[in-house]
Design a protein around this ligand. Structure first.
Ligand SMILES: *[C@@H]1O[C@H](CO)[C@@H](O)[C@H](O)[C@H]1NC(C)=O
Ligand SMILES: *[C@@H]1O[C@H](CO)[C@@H](O)[C@H](O)[C@H]1NC(C)=O
Ligand SMILES: *[C@@H]1O[C@H](CO)[C@@H](O)[C@H](O)[C@H]1NC(C)=O
Length: 117
């Protein structure tokens, strides 16, 4: 628990969002390097709305599936500024997206932004 709390604080501190609300720690999104929720995974506990957060290796241009909890929706971008410069994006609802190839976004994401659904 302490580890999650520390991670949460670090992510909130790093977020560009001006208001950091303190609330229950729950996932914003989980990334998988493989299709069908396989390979290496990483769960972001950034508070929603997350603001624009860049992916670090090995997830940078290496995400093939994602899981988004109920009440959250996320946009993945293929550039690090989440729409401030021209780029491509895909908006995903809550639930599982098992194969980002279907959305034309396999191994494309370099940043993400999650909002309340
Ligand atoms: C993608 O992720 C897998 C699993 O962690 C890793 O083995 C591979 O090196 C990564 N590829 C890139 C291009 O980062
Ligand atoms: C994002 O994707 C679009 C469409 O495939 C491509 O034209 C553009 O070069 C990509 N941007 C980056 C920063 O990779
Ligand atoms: C992922 O989707 C692509 C495009 O629809 C398809 O060609 C591929 O077989 C799918 N991969 C898996 C493992 O289902």
């Amino acid at each position: 628990m302490a580890r999650f709390a520390a991670l949460f604080c670090a992510i909130v501190a790093a977020a560009t969002s001006a208001t950091a609300s303190v609330g229950p720690i729950k996932p914003a999104i989980t990334f998988f390097t493989g299709i069908d929720f396989t390979g290496q995974s990483f769960t972001s506990f950034a508070g929603v709305p997350t603001g624009c957060i860049a992916l670090d290796p090995p997830f940078f241009k290496n995400v093939s599936s994602v899981e988004i909890p109920t009440g959250v929706k996320c946009t993945l971008w293929n550039e690090t500024q989440c729409g401030l410069v021209s780029g491509n994006s895909v908006s995903l609802p809550s639930g599982g997206t098992p194969n980002l190839t279907v959305q034309g976004f396999n191994d494309q994401a370099v940043a993400y932004q999650c909002l309340s659904a």
